[in-house]
Write a new protein. Structure first.
Length: 109
């Protein structure tokens, strides 16, 4: 799926794409196995979402960046992390969503 939905310069503004911290030998997002030495980290966003966050942060108005993790979203137990901003009107704008395999806290405590 990451090969079909990776970022390309000609991507449409509202089209979603996936990205990660590393690229494979073909230049696509690398998907790890989920093991400790090969973590699974995939981000999902669109140019429209990123542009909204950038415009809000450049507007000269107060904005606050947020990164929030939820640990019990799926049966697989992968944490989901959302990143975005809140403006002075308390409106939250998502910038990206990440699914990761590594956890920093036991999910069932």
């Amino acid at each position: 799926m990451t090969r079909a939905c990776w970022y390309k310069p000609e991507i449409k503004n509202a089209s979603g794409f996936m990205f990660g911290p590393k690229l494979d030998s073909d230049g696509h997002t690398y998907v790890g196995s989920g093991e400790d030495d090969d973590p699974f980290i995939i981000g999902v966003t669109s140019l429209a979402l990123v542009d909204t966050c950038l415009q809000s942060s450049r507007s000269g108005k107060f904005v606050q960046f947020h990164a929030d993790a939820t640990l019990k979203v799926s049966d697989l137990g992968y944490p989901v992390i959302t990143c975005g901003i809140t403006d002075k009107d308390r409106s939250y704008y998502v910038g990206a969503i990440f699914v990761v395999s590594q956890q920093t806290e036991n999910e069932y405590t």
